[in-house]
Write a protein that binds this ligand. Structure first.
Ligand SMILES: [Zn+2]
Length: 327
């Protein structure tokens, strides 16, 4: 499939970016979630991982969630960028011909379908939605929906169906989420684990950013009915998956940092002051650098509105892959 039908709305929610209570952060050892993104951020340790905030890419209309868990503070971004730069230097110092950086990457995908029971309402979505989601990922990351081509392709390697009422719905930041991922996660740092189900607080999804060391929390959580052909009105063309995988590949939101500073750390995504919702016309919230990137997969607009990554985002993702996820 190629073109996205012009439906109406997609992402909604009055989102307060300052709400940090739900942000999970993981200390350097990557084990214990802390209540505050600030308190657990490692400070001086040489090999400290940056704060590991989850990404809640999307909040469904009418949802109770106040923000996307992948909205980071300026401090978290500084820590992540410092680690990214340091990790790149270290990789360059040790790189040999045998571990030359990759130019193209095919990512194996393991999909875990978390079900409450065998009904559709209980999470039992058909395989066809999953294969269509993989197609949407491939189209989005190939640039065939209108954006830059990235280095990434996706190959479904397994669908793992799990009926477990204690994991349903999937509650962001909960001990049940940790239990689920610890039990189910498969593969190495290069393996994309996607968890599908009903989600807490009306969220559409969240993801982990790459880290130097593999941890069982690594992966992407997506509302099952946001898959192409699902029932999540305005959010059922698969772009929640595309957005969350963007975080998993080290992208921030396009509105990260607002109008000032380095924003989302990508030079060709115009700055924007705040998330865009639905599909606004002519939105331009910063005095610099052009109109808001409402069509970018890393904003909050409707699935029908978002269709592209930029060349800069593609470059950042590939560098991150070779820094953090390549073997
Ligand atoms: Zn997000």
């Amino acid at each position: 499939m190629g073109l996205r039908p012009n439906l109406l709305t997609r992402r909604t929610a009055g989102v307060a970016t300052s709400t940090l209570a739900l942000l999970l952060s993981t200390a350097a050892v990557g084990v214990v979630p802390a209540a505050s993104a600030f308190s657990a951020a490692p400070t001086g340790a040489a090999c400290a991982e940056p704060a590991d905030a989850h990404t809640a890419a999307r909040v469904a209309k009418g949802g109770k969630a106040k923000h996307d868990p992948n909205e980071l503070t300026a401090k978290q971004v500084r820590e992540r960028e410092a680690d990214f730069a340091a990790a790149q230097r270290e990789r360059a110092a040790f790189r040999t011909e045998a571990v030359a950086p990759l130019a193209t990457v095919t990512i194996p995908v393991v999909v875990h379908v978390i079900q409450e029971n065998s009904t559709r309402a209980g999470g039992n979505i058909p395989d066809s939605l999953i294969t269509q989601q993989i197609s949407v990922l491939n189209q989005s990351y190939a640039g065939s929906t209108g954006g830059a081509a990235t280095a990434f392709a996706f190959q479904l390697s397994k669908i793992n169906r799990v009926t477990n009422t204690s994991w349903y719905p999937i509650v962001q930041g909960s001990s049940a989420e940790r239990s689920m991922k610890t039990s189910l996660r498969q593969g190495g740092k290069n393996t994309l684990n996607i968890y599908l189900g009903e989600l807490s607080d009306g969220l559409l999804g969240w993801a982990t950013f790459p880290k130097r060391t593999l941890d069982k929390m690594d992966g992407v959580v997506v509302l099952a009915e946001s898959l192409p052909g699902g029932t999540a009105a305005n959010y059922n063309q698969g772009d929640t998956g595309t957005h969350e995988v963007g975080h998993w590949l080290n992208l921030y939101h396009t509105f990260q940092g607002g109008c000032s500073g380095s924003g989302d750390s990508v030079s060709d995504t115009p700055a924007e002051a705040s998330p865009a919702y639905q599909c606004p016309t002519g939105r331009d919230t910063c005095s610099t650098s052009g109109k808001d990137p409402i069509n970018n997969f890393m904003d909050y607009t409707y699935d029908t509105c978002m269709n592209q990554f930029t060349t800069g985002q593609a470059s950042r993702m590939l560098t991150a892959w070779n820094t953090y996820r390549a073997a």
